[in-house]
Ligand binder design. Structure first.
Ligand SMILES: Cc1cc2nc3c(=O)[nH]c(=O)nc-3n(C[C@H](O)[C@H](O)[C@H](O)COP(=O)(O)OP(=O)(O)OC[C@H]3O[C@@H](n4cnc5c(N)ncnc54)[C@H](O)[C@@H]3O)c2cc1C
Length: 240
């Protein structure tokens, strides 16, 4: 029988079978899944796991999902999945996976898109790009609430705001399609004036979302004066 040291057993590259312990409908097309992991290891906020699905005929599909939870939640992770209509993996999560199901995952994966306690920090997310940023925000609130962390969150409508009940005063939302009637805040895509409102006096900025969102948001930050080395990006798109 194969013998493994404790380090190898917990190595991020090894596949393990997680159990879905809770599912939350965040928005009409976004759900969060808590997975209990037998080989859990602490992650850095911003890291992701790979998920692998295997069909009865052996066909496999693998995708990456950012960790939305804090590493203080030992033994489990939260993944938040946006349902893409013509997708392979995200509709499976939404339409098939129920509490108690088992899902193959491996991680957490190293990346430069991690928050190690730098401050002040600017987070800029578009759509489901808010997921790893929420992982940072949650961890900061539980460990170092005094550190300055600001989130700019670009989202189509109020209905599509993920983690709506948790954003609080740290977040500045802009609605790109339909703002609530009583809304007095920003609307439309991220703009130079919105970036100017939060200022550029940040040690680091994390930008996450679709390719197009990340391109335009990071350009705006650079134009506003942030140094290139202080802007970290993560793209969720098909070639991300
Ligand atoms: C590091 C990393 C972290 C990620 N974290 C998350 C996360 O936390 N939550 C999350 O929901 N997704 C996340 N993603 C995206 C995720 O990995 C999948 O790409 C996404 O769920 C689509 O997979 P699918 O199998 O459903 O669709 P696919 O079968 O891969 O694609 C279906 C169609 O949609 C297009 N497409 C693929 N991905 C996207 C996209 N993101 N936006 C628009 N169109 C797309 C494809 O070109 C194709 O036409 C992450 C990606 C990376 C690289």
């Amino acid at each position: 029988m194969e013998r493994l040291t404790s380090v190898e057993q917990r190595a991020p590259g090894r596949w393990q079978v997680g159990t879905v312990t809770a599912i939350k409908q965040e928005t009409p097309r976004v759900k969060s899944f808590w997975l209990e992991l037998p080989m859990w290891m602490p992650h850095l906020p911003g890291q992701h796991y790979d998920v692998r699905l295997t069909a009865p005929d052996g066909y496999r599909a693998q995708r990456s999902y950012s960790i939305a939870s804090s590493p203080l939640d030992a033994g489990k992770i939260e993944l938040t999945v946006d349902r893409l209509e013509d997708g392979e993996v995200s509709p499976y999560f939404h339409d098939v996976v129920v509490e108690g199901d088992q899902v193959e995952v491996r991680g957490p994966f190293t990346s430069y898109f991690v928050w190690r306690g730098e401050s002040p920090v600017l987070l800029v997310g578009g759509g489901s790009g808010v997921v790893p940023l929420m992982g940072m925000l949650r961890h900061r609130r539980r460990t170092m609430p005094e550190l300055q962390m600001r989130l700019i969150y670009s989202v189509r409508s109020a209905q599509e705001v993920i983690y709506a009940d948790e954003l609080g005063d740290d977040a500045l939302l802009t609605f790109t399609r339909l703002a609530p009637e009583e809304w007095k805040g920003p609307t439309g895509r991220l703009s130079a004036s919105l970036v100017a409102d939060v200022g550029t006096n940040f040690e680091l900025a994390f930008v996450c979302g679709s390719h197009g969102f990340v391109e335009s948001a990071s350009s705006l930050l650079l134009e506003a004066g942030l140094e290139r080395g202080r802007v970290r990006t993560e793209r969720f798109g098909p070639t991300g």
